[in-house]
Design a protein around this ligand. Structure first.
Ligand code: 8Y4
Length: 274
């Protein structure tokens, strides 16, 4: 699946959490969730990332049963109407296995398969994985982010997780890496990660970046507008020009338009086709 994605690819966010802060409970009902997914597909999303566990700062873990009940019906409904690549945003072994069974194409784990049983489940699923860096856990990660050199430490973490995954049987070319913008990082750390994104390229893996609507975008803008749309799209564009292969975004249509203009200039082609 990874080899079939356009470069860069747009990953649309589909939250199925009642307490998710940006889409604040808007999509928990499956009809609305379905309409939101269809809207992102029409807008040109290349992947849809489905998540049933909130990883916002301070969030508590949900049970595997609750997570399954939230995401599996959504995966099945989208699969019934579209062949679009789907990713499952989870750290839970049971969810990895059930989502694979229901037809997802990628495992997106903010804990980089460190939860008990998750690595085994990922290997058994045979699916590609996205390994994300996070310092600490969602409950406590924003209390005291601390690094000597944030980029070096994230690189070292990702190298270690790549090695563990390859040894467990995940193929080298089935791994995506992600520096984890906002996960156990101060705004200064987040700025450095994006400014130095090229330094992750030497790991030889596609890079996924998710900065959509995150608080650092609001801080940069001093929250002068009540939404972070333009800031998020601008950030996604910068990340792509720094080497991001996949951008994880809420605002698919806007991001696709920005990337289409970007590509026209990069390739000197006047064309809307991506
Ligand atoms: C508003 C809305 C403010 C949402 C913050 C947020 C990433 C991710 C998340 C990421 C990968 C989020 C699941 C956090 N972020 N997966 N997931 N990379 N791979 N917060 O950066 O969107 S959830």
């Amino acid at each position: 699946m990874l080899e079939e994605l356009p470069m860069p690819a747009v990953m649309g966010i589909l939250n199925v959490t009642p307490d998710s802060f940006s889409d604040g409970g808007k999509y928990q009902n499956t009809d609305e969730t379905q309409r939101h997914a269809e809207k992102m597909i029409r807008a040109g999303a290349d992947i849809i990332d489905i998540g049933g566990e909130s990883t916002r700062p301070g969030a508590k873990n949900v049970s595997a049963e609750e997570e399954l009940a939230r995401v599996i019906p959504v995966i099945e409904k989208i699969r019934a109407i579209s062949a679009i690549p789907l990713s499952i945003d989870t750290s839970t072994p049971e969810v990895i296995l059930a989502a694979a069974e229901a037809g997802v194409d990628l495992i997106n784990d903010v804990r980089a398969l460190r939860r008990e049983g998750a690595l085994n489940a990922a290997v058994a699923s045979g699916l590609p994985v996205c390994l994300m860096h996070m310092q600490g856990d969602p409950e406590t990660m924003q209390m005291k982010p601390d690094y000597v050199d944030v980029v070096t430490e994230i690189r070292e973490f990702l190298v270690e997780r790549i090695n563990v995954c390859v040894e467990a049987g995940i193929h080298d070319d089935q791994i995506v890496i992600d520096p984890g913008f906002g996960f156990g990082k101060t705004p200064q750390h987040n700025l450095q990660i994006i400014n130095r994104l090229e330094e992750f390229k030497s790991l030889g893996k596609p890079l996924l970046v998710g900065l959509s609507r995150k608080s650092t975008i609001g801080i940069i803008l001093e929250d002068i507008t009540d939404d972070r749309l333009i800031g998020s799209v601008s950030g996604a564009l910068f990340a792509v020009n720094k080497g991001a292969a996949i951008v994880r975004v809420h605002d698919v249509a806007e991001t696709v338009a920005a990337l289409t203009v970007n590509r026209a200039f990069v390739e000197e082609v006047e064309s809307r086709s991506r």
